[in-house]
Design a protein around this ligand. Structure first.
Ligand code: FES
Length: 107
């Protein structure tokens, strides 16, 4: 398990990542996607487990699912479970917004 901290403060992270946006973040050697919904952050693998489309171009719905732009498979942002489609689950990473930045934990 590896812990990374994005930014230097909570305010910096909130300013850097606007609400309802998905950003690419390099964490060590991993390129991951970071989605902010209101003040909640979801970190997950940036490429779709189906055929590798970029989830940075994805959309999300009110059920807390990220939707792939290519074949519209849906993945639960809290568990990574595939909700529509047939492929492996999405890798998700735990995040915690702290006073010194956003902590992201990779396996
Ligand atoms: S590449 Fe994502 S659903 Fe097919």
């Amino acid at each position: 398990m590896k812990k990374f901290t994005l930014g230097n403060s909570k305010e910096q992270v909130l300013n850097m990542i606007p609400k309802q946006s998905i950003k690419k973040v390099l964490v060590g050697e991993h390129k991951i996607a970071l989605l902010r919904i209101e003040d909640n952050f979801h970190a997950f693998q940036a490429s779709c487990p189906h055929r590798g489309a970029s989830l940075l171009e994805g959309t999300f719905n009110q059920r807390g699912e990220i939707i792939c732009p290519l074949h519209h498979y849906r993945f639960d942002l809290n568990t990574g479970d595939v909700k529509a489609g047939s492929c492996g689950d999405l890798e998700i990473y735990r995040t915690e917004l702290k006073e010194n930045g956003l902590e992201i934990i990779l396996p």
